[in-house]
Design a binder for this molecule. Structure first.
Ligand SMILES: Cc1cc2nc3c(=O)[nH]c(=O)nc-3n(C[C@H](O)[C@H](O)[C@H](O)COP(=O)(O)OP(=O)(O)OC[C@H]3O[C@@H](n4cnc5c(N)ncnc54)[C@H](O)[C@@H]3O)c2cc1C
Length: 485
């Protein structure tokens, strides 16, 4: 039987079957006759901040998605080119074989500047081909265009607290509550073989990518995919009551680690809110309230990026575009390698290098240290994080860096310079976290580990590379010069 009425779903960072709004709508429209497509865009693979390790986690997630789709009677084809070329190639091979083109191509919205531009062009191209596009909300609970001040849709919140207030008001509306309900796809009724019966298909490159990239991986890759994400939710359910107290302690494993899964859509925030029973705001405990607040920070940074795409390249605060960063290359190398002589900073950077992960409190400490103690441009640190983090994600990474450097929307005030010794005493009082990543300091006790005196310093561990109090004064001068008040 020739299939003439079917759709394609273009997977991007929504690597899941359930809770996938555009996929569900497309399946409903074509009674289950929808095929999945993923295209490796070489522009992404050639980016300066490309991460081999994060890519491997992504590839594993894609593999899990393919298995999930196959189990449900569906299918995924992975092509080795950007979307325009991939669709041109696919459509020309369909035409050659006198097979019908799809009636609909669906995808979920992406909020990053590069993707917004790409999607606009693809939408236009599909229009020219006479194919309907079906586009839905993706991983944000409330999208950037839906939150604005007063009656003016172009008026943007720049400060987190009023944004959060508005977000929470909207969260309680029926419209947003309906987004928290499970979006279950109807059964798939079609595979790529049904479209190309008995003929050679286009080459699927997923396994080849996994094999080639594996050789370059430098950290253990965690379990990926929707099932791993669901396990993470189960694990976190019992921890959320202590989240408020534990979330700042890097040795405590008190956070959810959902960011890994949010990054490629194998979990969504709507799903997490639902599965953790957080739909009703009036029932939140202190820990739950704090947890949702962090989810709102994530949405805030996406909101700022979508409404002010220039932050991808420059400071949000105009006057701080002009900061004269010192950008000492040797200092940058010492920071990257975890050899600054500041134990909490070094522990964080070594955790990042060895595992592809860093605890949020420590991310703030190392970012403050790079910008306000070493006077190195936040963009250098931002890029290094993207190269190394398994959860590296433009909006929260940019937001986190600009927060620490005091250049962002609603940042840390410029005169608040983290004292790495005090941060260490407060959040790693016994030095448990430091000792995990700096074996040279395992002989230190809880008193000496934060700022080891010279006679206790192991020969293998460096002396502090700068004097924090002097560097702090210089940082204040850098900002004050530009009118920091
Ligand atoms: C300098 C710097 C760089 C960062 N880079 C990234 C990044 O590349 N990718 C990324 O996902 N997060 C980034 N963050 C935010 C935060 O550190 C991580 O989201 C968090 O550590 C993830 O761990 P978790 O999932 O266990 O978080 P939890 O504490 O369990 O929080 C739940 C979720 O809330 C969101 N969230 C938590 N804290 C923040 C925050 N400060 N800002 C925005 N969203 C938050 C995340 O989506 C997280 O998964 C960065 C923060 C800083 C200070």
């Amino acid at each position: 039987m020739k299939i003439s009425d079917y759709g394609l779903h273009w997977f991007r960072r929504d690597l899941k079957v359930t809770d996938n709004p555009a996929l569900t709508a497309n399946l409903n429209k074509h009674q289950g006759r929808v095929l999945g497509l993923f295209c490796f865009d070489h522009v992404f693979l050639a980016r300066k901040d490309f991460s081999v390790n994060r890519f491997q986690f992504f590839l594993h997630t894609l593999k899990e998605l393919k298995a999930e789709l196959n189990r449900e009677g569906g299918d995924l084809l992975v092509l080795d080119s950007g979307p325009l070329f991939a669709y041109e190639q696919l459509f020309s091979s369909l035409k050659q074989k006198t097979i019908s083109l799809p009636k609909t191509v669906s995808w979920n919205r992406d909020y990053e500047p590069f993707a917004i531009d790409r999607d606009r062009k693809m939408l236009h191209w599909f229009q020219q081909q006479g194919i309907a596009s079906l586009v839905e909300r993706d991983h944000l609970i409330i999208e950037p265009q839906e939150i604005y001040k007063g009656e003016d849709p172009s008026s943007t919140y720049q400060v987190f607290t009023p944004f959060k207030k508005k977000w929470l008001e909207k969260f309680e509306t029926d419209e947003i509550q309906s987004r928290l309900k499970i979006t279950r796809s109807i059964p798939f009724q079609m595979t790529w073989r049904d479209l190309f019966p008995g003929q050679a298909q286009l080459t699927d490159v997923l396994e080849a990518y996994i094999k080639n990239n594996q050789q370059r991986v430098t950290v253990p890759i965690p379990l990926a995919g929707t099932y791993a994400g669901i396990k993470a939710i189960e694990l976190f359910k019992s921890k959320v009551k202590n989240y408020g107290k534990q979330r700042d302690i890097p040795s405590a494993a008190g956070t959810s680690r959902f960011s890994l899964f949010f990054k490629n859509g194998s979990l969504t925030t709507s799903q997490v809110i639902r599965e953790m029973g957080l739909q009703n705001k009036s029932c939140w405990t202190e820990g739950q309230e704090k947890f949702v607040s962090e989810i709102i920070w994530r949405e805030f940074y996406y909101y700022i990026l979508a409404r002010h795409p220039r932050v991808e390249k420059e400071a949000f605060v105009e006057k701080y575009k002009e900061i004269k960063w010192k950008n000492n290359e040797e200092w940058f190398v010492a920071w990257k390698e975890g050899k600054t002589g500041f134990p909490i900073v070094d522990a964080g950077m070594r955790e990042l290098n060895q595992t592809g992960w860093m605890h949020n409190r420590v991310r703030m400490i190392v970012a403050s240290f790079l910008t306000k103690d070493l006077h190195i441009d936040w963009r250098w640190g931002e890029q290094y994080f993207m190269e190394k983090l398994l959860d590296g994600d433009l909006a929260p990474n940019n937001g986190g860096w600009q927060w620490a450097a005091s250049t962002g929307s609603d940042p840390q005030p410029y005169f608040r310079v983290f004292n790495p010794y005090l941060q260490s005493q407060k959040f790693d009082p016994e030095g448990a976290y430091i000792k995990t990543y700096i074996p040279e300091l395992r002989h230190c006790n809880a008193k000496t580990i934060h700022e080891p005196p010279c006679d206790l310093m192991n020969r293998d561990y460096p002396a502090p590379m700068v004097d924090h109090s002097i560097q702090r004064q210089e940082a204040l001068a850098l900002y004050k010069f530009l009118g920091g008040d």
